[in-house]
Design a protein around this ligand. Sequence first.
Ligand SMILES: NC(=O)c1ccc[n+]([C@@H]2O[C@H](COP(=O)([O-])OP(=O)(O)OC[C@H]3O[C@@H](n4cnc5c(N)ncnc54)[C@H](OP(=O)(O)O)[C@@H]3O)[C@@H](O)[C@H]2O)c1
Length: 263
Amino acid sequence: MNLGLTDKIAVVGASSKGLGKAIAFGLAQEGAKVTVCARNSNTLETTAEEIRNQTNSEVLAVPTDVSQPEQVESLINKAIAHFGGIDILVNNAGGPRAGRFDDLSAEDYLNAVHLNLMSTINLCRAVVPTMRARGGGRIINLTSVSVKQPVDGLMLSNMARTGVIGFAKTLATELAPDKILVNNVCPGIIFTDRIKQLATVRAEEAGISFDAALERMTADIPLGRIGDPEEFANLVVFLASERASYITGATIQADGGMVKSLL
Ligand SMILES: NC(=O)c1ccc[n+]([C@@H]2O[C@H](COP(=O)([O-])OP(=O)(O)OC[C@H]3O[C@@H](n4cnc5c(N)ncnc54)[C@H](OP(=O)(O)O)[C@@H]3O)[C@@H](O)[C@H]2O)c1
């Protein structure tokens, strides 16, 4: 299948590691020009160089904290100045801290809203003008299976990410006349540093080993294994592509069958 991504221009949030990195890599492999961002500039530049070397695609690295509105604006301005516009935006940020109601302060809730909801809104606000000017685009929001089935002990993720779904569904309708398609993707358990951190927390809470915690996390996955970042990235690359031209307002999980709900 020709995905039609050659020379498309993409910005991928939080992309020096994990899912964002796999998505940036997947888009670059298909010939897209990619802007990557994250807070730590050393890790980010190493990732950018790795993607350039392995794909021959043009990669711009812009150190950014996506929870900070002025840094988001600067990221998008730099990407547009460098590449001439943006066709694809993948909204991604780090995960909010784990915790239950009794563990969390009011500030924790606000921080999660800034990190996982406002970053998405601010990035969309910054890219829509250039997408409109280019006659269309793709916005893909990385959320979590927590939007379909809340995850025990992840209050902040369960709370902030559902706001993204309401925002995106409304945006998909409003931007359809501009041929800007907006979709959400939901990772189940995909093996990245985030999952290693969560397994460490679970192991401490339950007084079990890290491997035993990972095994418990796998128990609910019908495919019987944790996913690989590339398997998740493939879904995003498809949604970013020309082949996904009739999909908008959708929320799709890649979770090995973990979510039990019908939709
Ligand atoms: N992996 C999974 O199975 C899974 C499941 C459900 C949901 N998720 C969610 O998917 C997202 C990505 O997870 P992951 O597994 O890829 O995590 P990861 O491996 O820990 O990578 C996180 C990436 O985000 C960057 N980042 C963190 N905070 C940032 C910020 N404020 N601004 C810009 N970049 C930032 C990190 O770089 P710096 O630290 O240098 O900024 C790093 O590049 C998270 O929101 C996570 O909660 C993941």
